[in-house]
Ligand binder design. Structure first.
Ligand code: SAH
Ligand code: SF4
Length: 371
């Protein structure tokens, strides 16, 4: 059996059946074979490097009702907040001075002119204050193409919009089946983001109730078919105040969701060697060493949380989210030690663009000038 796995790992492009086979491995020895190969691939393709993005959870106000998420509009137990511009700028200043190189601004999904203006204003202010030395990723949900364009022009570089699952039937088990949550809209948004010139990131949750290994293999193939630049994916973690909590008995045990999370990262690195892959906070929630293990499985991005400590308890997408009471500066120092201790180097003061994206841009230019 291990021989078969070793042979499969020589390939750079796996079929669905092969991905299912690799995702099904159970023995520690075979899992280690896959993770080791992914780490080798990471080392040769993008180096043993880790890029930082300071995460700012701008607001927990959300107009949507995703069945899995703790800050869904229907959860009346959440105290809603939006950070002031001063608070955001103070997070940005911290990230800049600590040499993070990059920020992620994430929010619950909001729409309308005022929200579009708000994000645009923040982008302008952050760039002004930090000498445009931070690259910025937005994770602000589905928006009209025009809004994406405005944000891109105001200096956002990347956009993260997870498809959550590529199995449409499962998608409607975890979202209301209405026009506010249409799977097609999400796909269209991803296409619009690409057209607008963003480095485009997507991702899925791993271990959703009813999700199969075939679904996860399809998710990997979806990332490849969209030629995606970056991926943030992690285990699904239940939240007691959400409708999906009713299905908690159907879930794979947490250690299994964690292992599948690592395998997904590793298989993605093997199939899309140059993309950026985040070691998600959800991995860290299920295992105290989750971040490091994610990096050693092929991830190259971590997102230390810069959200003011007093707001963090109100941005609980799932139960037991870590670092609720930790100060951002403390985690930076420890993070550096932790990352070095596993043989990786944090790239301070660097934008950390997706090499996959840079290559596509260069290839397009080459084709253009050859014409
Ligand atoms: N509102 C934006 C961004 C915030 S949510 C959006 O939905 O795109 C960011 C991500 O958190 C979601 O894409 C989802 O994949 C993840 N998430 C939400 N609830 C979760 C849960 N219970 N377990 C794991 N991940 C979850
Ligand atoms: Fe809102 Fe995003 Fe949570 Fe859905 S996943 S409820 S859009 S914050």
């Amino acid at each position: 059996m291990s021989q078969r796995i070793t042979a499969l790992l020589e390939k750079h492009h796996h079929s669905k059946d092969e991905l299912v086979e690799l995702l099904s491995v159970q023995s520690d020895q075979e899992i280690a074979l896959i993770l080791d190969k992914a780490l080798q691939k990471k080392a040769s393709a993008v180096g043993r490097k880790v890029y930082l993005r300071g995460l700012i959870e701008l607001s927990n106000i959300c107009s949507k009702n995703c069945y899995y998420c703790g800050i869904r509009a229907g959860n009346k137990n959440v105290e809603r907040y939006t950070l002031s511009d001063e608070e955001v700028l103070s997070c940005a200043d911290f990230a800049w001075k600590q040499g993070f190189g990059s920020l992620v601004i994430q929010t619950g999904e909001q729409s309308g002119q005022a929200f579009a203006d708000h994000i645009e204003r923040l982008l302008n202010k952050i760039h002004e204050q930090t000498n445009s030395e931070l690259t910025i990723t937005l994770s602000c949900g589905e928006q009209p193409e025009e809004v994406y364009r405005r944000w891109k022009q105001a200096g956002a570089d990347r956009y993260l919009l997870r498809i959550e699952t590529t199995n449409k039937e499962l998608y409607y088990k975890i979202h209301p089946n209405d026009k506010n949550h249409a799977w097609e809209n999400r796909i269209e948004s991803l296409e619009n983001l690409r057209k607008t010139g963003f480095q485009v990131g997507t991702g899925v949750m791993i271990g959703l109730p009813g999700q199969t290994l075939e679904d996860l293999a399809d998710d990997l193939i979806f990332f490849r078919s969209l030629d995606i630049d970056m991926v943030g994916m992690g285990p699904y973690i239940e939240h007691a105040e959400t409708p999906l909590f009713a299905n908690v008995h159907e879930l794979w045990p947490a250690p299994e969701r964690f292992r599948k999370g690592l395998l997904m990262i590793a298989l993605l690195r093997l199939n899309m060697s140059l993309i950026n892959i985040a070691a998600s906070t959800a991995l860290e929630t299920l295992d105290p060493l989750g971040r490091q293990k994610g990096i050693l499985a092929g991830a190259n991005v971590v997102m230390p949380n810069l959200t003011p400590v007093s707001n963090r308890k109100n941005y609980q997408l799932y139960n037991n989210k870590p670092n609720l009471d930790k100060d951002a500066s403390l985690s930076t120092v420890t993070l550096n030690q932790v990352i070095s201790s596993i043989g990786e180097t944090i790239c301070f003061n660097q934008p950390g663009d997706s090499k996959h994206f840079l290559k596509r841009v260069a290839d397009n230019q080459e084709n253009f000038s050859a014409k």
